[in-house]
Structure formats: C-alpha cells, structure tokens
Write a protein that binds this ligand. Structure first.
Ligand code: ADP
Length: 595
C-alpha cells in the first residue's frame, strides 16, 4: 500500500476541493480568519473595557467598546457558525464524488480481484474512508474547517502571553509540542491495532449482511443456522473487544502524563501572572487578559490536538482509499479488437487461482473455429468454468496465451473484447430493476421492446411477462419496488438466456444455463438454443450429456486437462470416460422415462 503522509493527503483533498468546488475552498480561508478574529476580540475587548472602567469611565468610550465587541462577535462568531452549517452539505457532496470514484473502481476492477481475500480486505478498508459524515475523508474535511482558525488563535494567544514573559511563551510552546508528540503516539498505537482488526471487521460485516440477505434466508431458517452464525459473529466481536481492551490499557498511561503536563502548564502561568500583578508590574486589565489568553489558548490547543490526532488517525484509511484507486489496472490493454468471424486459439494455457498451489487448468491447447459449437463436459472441479472465464478474459492465464484471430487477447481493449460474448452463468444474479432492463441491460428509453419480446418468446417467458400488471416494466424482487415480483429459479435462468439472446454477441458462452429448469423447459430451451446458435460460435458447459448433442465437438476435461475430444458418436466409439458417463446418464434417463 502506498503510504502518503498527512500533508500529501491534505493536498490531495484540497486539490479535489479546488477542482470540484471552489466556493468550499474559499470558505476554508474565510472561516480561519473569522475564527482567529473572534479569539482576538475575546482577549482584547475585555482588557480595554476593564482599563476604561478602572480609569476614566467615559460612557461613549464604554458604549463604543461594547458595540465594537458585539459587532465583532456577531460577524466572526455567527458568520463562522453560518459557514459551518452552509458548507456542511458541500462536504457531503465531495464525499459522494470520492464515493463515485470508489464505486467506479469496484465495478471495473479485474474479476480475479473479487475472489482475492487480500483485495477484499483492501476494498473494505477503502470503503471505510467513505462510509460516514464524521469519519474518513468527510470527517477530515469537517475537522480541517476549524483547524487553521484554531492555529491562528493559538498564535494570537502566544503572542499576547509572550508580552508577559517570552520564556513563558516558549515553555508553553514546548509543552504543546510534547502534548502533540504524545497524542501522535497514542494514535499510532490505536491505528496499529485497528489495522489488525480490519479483517475481523469485514467478517463481522459479512455476518450482519447475511442476516439481511434474502438469498440466505431460507437455508438459515430451515437448517437453523442462526445459532452458528451468531456464534461466529460473537467470536468476531470478542476478538475486537480483546484488541480494544489492550489498546485502552496502553493509552491510559499516556493520558495520565498528558493530564499532569496540563496541570503544570496552568499552574506555572497562573503563578507567574499573580506574581507580576502583586509586584505591580501588570494591572488588573492585563492580568485578566493573560488569564483569558491561557484559557483561550488551551481551548484552541485542545481543539488542534483533537483535530490533528483525528486527521492522523484517518490518514491510513485515506491511504487505503487512494491506494485502492491507484491499484495497477490492466497494462497495454488498449489494442483494437479484430473483426469477425472469430477463431480462438488457446496455446498451452495453464491457470492457478491466486493463493492456490495446484493448477485448475494444465497445458490446455485448443482451437475454436468460427461458428463452431463446443460442449465442455467433465466432473465437478475439472476446470470447465475456469476455461470459460479464461476465454472471456475474466482471468489472465498463469502460463500460455489465448489468441483471438491471431491477436493475444490480453493486448486488446477489455471492454471491446467483452462485447464479443453473450454469457449465461450458472449463478443467478439479477439486478433489482425491471424485467425489461434485466433483459436489455439498457435504460427504458433505449430499449428495443420488440426485440426484447422476441427474446422472451424464444425462452418461453413472454406469456408470463405479458400477464404481469406492469409487463416488461415490472421490477424483479422488492429491493427497489414494493410491487416487484419474485421469479422461480428456472424462470430466472430463462430470463438470463433471453438477456444473452438480446445482447447478440458473436460468441455464446453458457455455463450450465439450464441447471434450474424442469425437463420440459430444458428440452424446449435446447431446441431454441440449437436454432439460435446455428452458425454462431458457442461454448457450452453442461452436466447433462443429452444436451451436448447439438454441439459439433465435445471436450472432456479431467483434472484441468482435455483428455477426450470429438463428436458424440466419436467419443462413444472411443469407449473412454465420456462413453462411461454417457452410459450412466442414459441409464438414468431410461429409468426416468420408464418410471
Ligand atoms: P468445474 O466448472 O469443472 O466444476 P471449476 O473451473 O469451477 O470446475 O474449478 C476448477 C478448480 O478450480 C476446482 O478445483 C475448484 O476448486 C478451483 N476453483 C474454482 N474457482 C475458484 C476460486 N475462485 N478460487 C480458488 N479456486 C477455485
């Protein structure tokens, strides 16, 4: 992770502020001047009032001083408060802008990252920087609003106290320095332990989200998993509490020392001012001013310590956020995508998942010709899905190269390459938008409703959709619409096939697209697939060997290698593993038919 200093991060935040919202940038400067003005007025006006009251007692002068005091307070104090209130919302908007950047990175990062726990930890840490008004980037922006004013106030107080005794001012300055150093130390300890507990925090958040996730709700209830999940949540909390307890005991001694230093500081200033007053060196007006200065200074110093400590604490989160945004993306990936028809060549491709020892795919060499329909079959875990993901460039091969029309796919513009494919995955993950939007993946005003209807007809869903009160505009699920509908697993799968048909990419990639369908719809879908994929390159993963018959070539994968390749008839004639699997399944189907 890139470790930016606090200064560098402040510069980063202010640069964004000046680019996005100049008025907010200006407000920071004005607020500082107003705050220092209010502090000076609170020191000087009482001094002159007391001087006048204990001296000539002129009513017009007293009235003038009072009016001046009132006006300065009004402008500086109320003006400052008004700015705080007005610009609060500007800072929220700034946070949303940073959030957008984060979201953009999450949505576009390489797919392989989304399965990497270390990356997910970093993503979570970066997100922490943007979750709240009071912490992370926005919290820092709020604190920075008051910080320059506090610094100016301390400078004003120190110059007043310096006129009492320069040595006293220097002692106070040193004292403040030590206070800063100790607070800094406290925060360092805090941060170290917080970073350690990030992993537990992410797990804890997962357990919270599981409790609200409709996808898990059935299993949790039917298998009575709540006790198990609660115990896992408690274990996360226990670990966090243990770390927090260690932190508190380490911080206690530092806080005690801080308190002793504060006592010493006040005692010395008071004693010296009283001595000077009793010796007749200063009058009551100056005495009052010095005492006010020390009180005012302490208030500002505590504000600075608190604000800077906060900013230092948040710095690692901002670093996480910035590093997350700057994480290297794909390199040299802006090459043009060739025009069709497409031939894909996998040359000695091997792949190992991050953090895993064994290879999921080993030395796979394969040519997929334009318009060829290929079925990938094999046991669970033999590497079929991994091969599809490599072909679609969701992962980069660990070894070997994949070519599309003789161009290495890793050199092509990723989005252009993705557009070649119309995928249907096994996992059903619809968006909580309307049915039309789910099929077309376009906003309603851009959709081709007629084409959408044809695609839904092809998968046998049109009658159902037509019968819904809002037709294509009916929402899926209730996350975004109270009257959203829930479709069955099989209906959802057909909807996703309709999406692939609508998308009309040159290559159909289907990873068990019919696993949730009943046999009638399954047969129907295969008939449709046979028709719509005619002439189109299709790579198709299925456990049901009956379904592979519309394919030109069948590849059998075993432990990450292609061990058999040929048409259905050729593989049966080979009497190998495919023929064996076929016998088992054919027997099952025969029994089912007989039953
Ligand atoms: P299939 O599709 O044939 O069932 P996969 O391609 O999904 O097989 O998996 C091949 C191997 O890779 C298996 O051993 C599986 O455990 C492993 N694997 C799959 N996905 C991941 C992942 N995201 N992280 C680590 N290992 C994985």
């Amino acid at each position: 992770m890139e470790a930016y200093s606090v200064w560098e991060n402040m510069k980063f935040i202010f640069c964004e502020i000046f680019v996005r919202d100049r008025r907010l940038g200006l407000a920071y400067a004005i607020k500082a001047v107003l705050q220092a003005g209010a502090a000076l007025a609170a020191l000087l006006y009482p001094r002159y009032l007391i001087l006048e009251l204990t001296g000539q007692r002129r009513i017009p002068v007293l009235a003038g001083l009072l009016a001046g005091f009132f006006m300065t307070e009004l402008v500086c104090h109320c003006g400052g408060r008004w700015m705080e209130q007005t610009f609060y919302s500007h800072m929220i908007v700034m946070r949303f802008r940073f959030r957008e950047k984060y979201q953009e990175t999450c949505l576009s990062t390489d797919f392989v990252h989304m399965e990497d726990p270390a990356y997910l930890d970093r993503m979570y840490a970066a997100d922490k920087c943007l979750q709240s008004n009071n912490y992370g980037i926005e919290g820092v922006m709020h604190r920075l609003f008051g910080l320059p004013g506090s610094i100016l106030s301390v400078a004003a107080c120190l110059s007043v106290l310096g006129s009492l005794h320069i040595g006293l001012a220097l002692f106070l300055l040193g004292n403040i320095g030590v206070l800063f150093w100790m607070t800094w130390k406290c925060r360092r300890i805090e941060m170290k332990l917080r970073t350690k507990s990030l992993h537990e925090e992410r797990h804890e958040r997962y357990y919270h989200s599981v409790a609200q996730d409709i996808a898990c709700a059935k299993e949790i209830r039917l298998f009575q998993l709540s006790g198990w999940l609660l115990e896992a949540l408690r274990a996360c909390c226990r670990e966090q509490n243990r770390q927090s307890g260690r932190l508190q005991s380490r911080l206690f001694f530092i806080r005690l020392t801080e308190w002793c230093m504060e006592l010493l500081r006040n005692l010395l200033t008071y004693a010296y001012a009283i001595r000077q007053y009793l010796a007749g060196v200063i009058g009551i007006a100056d005495f009052t001013m010095y005492i006010s200065s020390i009180l005012q200074m302490m208030e500002s110093v505590l504000a600075i310590v608190d604000d800077t400590a906060f900013i230092v604490t948040q710095n690692p989160y901002i670093n996480e956020f910035r590093s997350f945004l700057e994480e290297p993306g794909e390199e040299g990936a802006s090459g043009l995508c060739p025009v069709g028809p497409y031939t894909f060549v996998l040359e000695h491709v091997s792949f190992r998942y991050p953090g895993k020892e064994e290879f999921a795919l080993r030395d796979v060499s394969l040519t997929i010709r334009p318009g060829e329909r290929i079925a990938l079959v094999g046991r669970n875990g033999s590497g079929k899905t991994t091969l599809l993901k490599l072909l679609m460039r969701l992962y980069e091969p660990t070894e070997g190269v994949i070519y599309c029309n003789k161009t290495d796919i890793s050199s092509m513009d990723r989005e252009a390459y993705y557009r070649l494919f119309s995928p249907v995955f096994q996992e059903i993950a619809p968006l909580a938008y309307s049915i039309g939007e789910n099929v077309t993946l376009q906003r309603p005003d851009q959709q081709d409703a007629e084409r959408c209807k044809v695609c839904l007809q092809q998968v046998g869903l049109w009658e159902l959709v037509r019968g819904l009160p809002q037709g294509l505009h009916t929402y899926l699920g209730k996350a975004l619409a109270d009257d959203g509908v829930e479709l069955s697993g099989g209906e959802m799968q057909r909807l996703l096939i309709a999406r692939a048909l609508y998308h009309g990419g040159d290559v159909f990639v289907m990873d068990e697209p019919t696993s949730a369908l009943d046999p009638i719809h399954e047969q129907e879908i295969y008939r449709q697939m046979d028709r719509v994929s005619m002439g189109k390159t299709t790579v198709f993963v299925s456990h049901r060997l009956m379904s592979t018959q519309f394919c030109d070539r069948i590849l059998l994968l075993e432990e990450g290698r292609i061990t058999e390749s040929g048409s259905h008839e050729q593989l049966l004639a080979q009497a190998g593993a495919y023929a064996q699997m076929w016998q088992v399944q054919a027997k099952y189907y025969r029994e089912e038919e007989a039953g």
